[in-house]
Write a protein that binds this ligand. Structure first.
Ligand code: URA
Length: 498
């Protein structure tokens, strides 16, 4: 029972049915449902829009004299499924003035057997789903756009502070998110309605704070702005998409918000100038022929793999993944491209395909630690599928662009035998798209003064659906690796029989 007494008694006494939290609403709703009070007889006090659950203004309600007779033996309210309750709890964070009345109507209808009220096809259900969506979106935005600023150590805790102006009451759940991610370091999130302070052990609710912009500056921010300026690419600017992804009300609390307007207008100015140059270029005049290659600006080749911009893949990968293994290995394995785990770890073949490769090496009697292992393409190419990053086969132009790095590795390591794991590797090693895995499988070739052996990619073996085919693919791979080992002792020069 709430400190204000049961909801039915409050209604009878003409007291406002003040509800501040979801737990209080649930308690009140339970009491009302048990006594069969229909929604039209209940006046809920509306929280201020823009205020929060803790600052709702009391409002007066008309005394309710015509409550139905209370049953002597009130019935327990029906069991509400957990998932539905979760929905109601989420919707309760949505700042709409009639949230408590609306939620009571929904749960009342549910109790009356109108289970369609949960469905987006129902009018109330659609609104409920919309409120849940708005709240989830706000939680997501707050995770994404909150910026913690570091405070000087001598100022004492909290070490990091963040100011945010949420559109809905999502601070408690967002705070839990940061509790689980920021370890023991102390931080505070301040909002106009409420604030939370994490001292490294316990989360404290503190009152609303007024933002003092000067308190929120730090040296990390200057560094961040410098970085942001340096990665801002006016050629790729699409102001519409930018607005769509980060609505304008978010920008004012993002550090980069201060410089974005200027950068966007500089970019627009640049585009205008380019347009003028084009118009000038189209005017009639004398044509002076220039060889195409002389008209190209000199482009420096990247000296470090991590700086590589030879194709677009760098932009979506966490990092470039170089080859690994002994610098003078006699055998080099070439895979396709790093996978999800390799992209995060920065090392080739450390995920499931790598584990399988270990097993095949063992079966073939090849010591993997003596092998240099690399990939034809050094950045992870993927596409989103829900929360997962799904591997996408690299295009020929990406294989060709990345061949630059494979050549460097070959020049350094000078292996006697290359094992191409799968079709992409084979295309890269032979520098042509006109090869098939099937035609080359298990047939040693002599290329540029070394042996090349082709076998399956370990991911293929992992993917084969039937156990029997899997066993077969595994032993084909093992035979390929054994062959590579044998070729170490076979002299080059004598062509292989067709
Ligand atoms: N697949 C590859 O081709 N290479 C890796 O490094 C991992 C998976």
């Amino acid at each position: 029972m709430s400190a204000k007494g049961p909801a039915t008694e409050q209604l009878r006494a003409g007291q406002p049915l003040l509800v501040e939290t979801f737990a209080e609403w649930r308690e009140a709703a339970r009491d009302l449902l048990v006594h069969g009070v229909p929604p039209e007889l209940v006046t809920w006090s509306a929280p201020q829009v823009g205020g929060d659950l803790f600052t709702s203004a009391p409002s007066t309600v008309q005394p309710v004299h015509d409550l139905p007779d209370l049953p002597l033996d009130p019935k327990p309210p029906p069991h509400i499924p957990r998932s539905f309750m979760d929905m109601l709890q989420s919707a309760a964070c949505c700042r709409v003035p009639d949230r408590w009345a609306f939620l009571y109507r929904v749960i009342w209808r549910w109790q009356q057997g109108e289970h369609d009220v949960q469905s987006p096809a129902d009018e109330d259900g659609a609104r409920l789903h919309g409120m849940v969506k708005a709240v989830r979106r706000e939680e997501h935005d707050m995770h994404a756009y909150i910026r913690f600023r570091e405070r000087p150590e001598e100022a004492g805790p909290p070490r990091f502070v963040a100011w945010y102006e949420p559109q809905h009451d999502v601070l408690p759940q967002v705070a839990q998110h940061f509790v689980s991610r920021m370890g023991k370091v102390s931080w505070m999130i301040a909002t106009p309605e409420a604030s939370v302070l994490w001292d490294g052990h316990t989360l404290h609710n503190t009152g609303p704070l007024v933002r003092n912009a000067d308190d929120l500056e730090d040296t990390g921010e200057a560094l961040w702005l410098t970085y942001y300026r340096s990665v801002f690419n006016p050629a790729r600017l699409n102001a519409g998409i930018m607005q769509q992804h980060i609505p304008s009300h978010r920008w004012k609390n993002l550090p980069e918000g201060k410089i974005v307007t200027q950068m966007v207008s500089d970019a627009a100015m640049g585009a205008r100038k380019t347009g003028q140059f084009q118009a000038v270029g189209q005017r009639k005049g004398t044509t002076i022929p220039i060889a195409a290659e002389d008209a190209q600006p000199e482009r420096q080749q990247p000296s470090k793999l991590d700086e590589c911009r030879r194709c677009e893949l760098w932009e979506f990968a966490t990092q470039a993944v170089p080859g690994a293994g002994p610098k003078k290995a006699r055998i080099m394995f070439v895979g396709e491209q790093p996978g999800d785990q390799e992209d995060l770890a920065g090392q080739p073949f450390v995920g499931p395909a790598g584990k399988l490769l270990d097993q095949v090496c063992e079966a073939a009697g090849v010591d993997r630690s003596t092998i240099y292992v690399t990939n034809a393409v050094k950045h992870f190419k993927w596409e989103p599928r829900g929360k997962r990053r799904l591997h996408k086969t690299p295009a020929q132009r990406e294989i060709e662009a990345c061949h630059y790095w494979l050549e460097k590795e070959l020049a350094h390591v000078k292996p006697d035998v290359i094992v191409a794991l799968g079709a992409t590797a084979l295309k890269s090693v032979l520098r042509t798209a006109n090869v098939t895995l099937k035609a080359s499988l298990g047939k040693p070739m002599q290329v540029d003064g070394r042996w090349v052996v082709t076998t399956y990619h370990p991911s293929y073996v992992l993917r084969v659906p039937s156990e029997e085919a899997k066993r077969e693919a595994f032993s084909t791979m093992a035979a390929g690796l054994k062959l590579a080992h044998e070729l170490l002792e076979r002299p080059l020069g004598i062509p292989e029989p067709e």
